[in-house]
Design a protein around this ligand. Structure first.
Ligand code: HEC
Length: 156
C-alpha cells in the first residue's frame, strides 16, 4: 500500500516539530537537566547554562519565582520585607563555594531532609504534594536557578 503525502505536508510537519523544540519557551521550561552531588556540592552548572547576577537578583525578589525574601534577608534595600525563617544570605559566598550554593538552592533537602526551604531545582520525580502548576517541572528553570546562584556568588 502506498500513502501519498505531498512534499508540502512533509515540510509542514517537519517545520512544526522543529519549531516546537527550538522556539517554544514553555517547552524548554519543561526540561529537567539531571544533576549529581559530589562532596555535598553540585559542581557542574545546571543544564550547562551561564547565570546572570542582575537577573538572579530580580528572581530572588520576585514572589512568583524565587521569593527568597520570604525567608531570608538579602542586601536588597529597596525591598522592605526580609524574612527571618532562614539564615541571612549576606556574605554567603564567603562561607560556601559555588557548587555548595548550587546544591542548597537546587535541593536543600539533600543537606537537611526536614528543611522548609523549597528545592528550586529538585528532580520533579522526587516531588510529592506539589501545586498543579508545578507538576513534573522544577520551580525555577535551569537558567533561572543559575541566575540566582550567580547573584548569590556576588554576596561576599
Ligand atoms: C520557605 C522558606 C525559604 C525560602 C522561600 C527560601 N529559603 Fe533558603 N533556606 C531556608 C531555611 C530554613 C534554610 C536553612 C537550612 C535548613 O533548613 O536546614 C535555608 C538555607 C539556604 C541556604 C544555605 C544557607 C547557609 O548558610 O547554609 C541558601 C544558599 C539558601 N537558603 C538560598 C535561598 C534562595 C536563593 C532562595 C530563593 C530562590 C531561598 N533560599 C528561598 C528557607 C527558605
Amino acid at each position: 500500500m502506498q500513502i501519498a503525502v505531498s512534499k508540502h505536508a512533509v515540510f509542514a510537519i517537519v517545520f512544526s516539530l522543529l519549531s516546537i523544540s527550538t522556539f517554544s519557551p514553555s517547552f524548554a521550561e519543561q526540561i529537567f537537566y539531571p544533576w549529581k552531588i559530589e562532596n555535598y556540592a553540585i559542581k557542574k552548572p545546571l543544564g550547562g547554562f551561564t547565570g546572570d547576577a542582575q537577573r538572579g537578583r530580580k528572581i530572588a525578589i520576585n514572589q512568583d519565582k524565587g521569593n527568597c525574601l520570604a525567608c531570608h534577608s538579602l542586601p536588597i534595600p529597596e525591598e522592605s520585607f526580609h524574612g527571618t525563617v532562614g539564615p541571612p544570605l549576606q556574605g554567603i559566598a564567603s562561607r560556601l563555594n559555588k557548587g555548595q550554593i548550587r546544591l542548597r538552592v537546587a535541593d536543600e533537602q539533600k543537606i537537611n531532609p526536614f528543611t522548609i526551604m523549597p528545592g528550586f531545582y529538585k528532580n520533579p520525580k522526587e516531588n510529592n504534594r506539589v501545586a498543579d502548576d508545578f507538576w513534573g517541572k522544577p520551580v525555577l528553570t535551569a537558567q533561572e536557578t543559575e541566575d540566582v546562584i550567580t547573584y548569590l556568588m556576588t554576596l561576599k
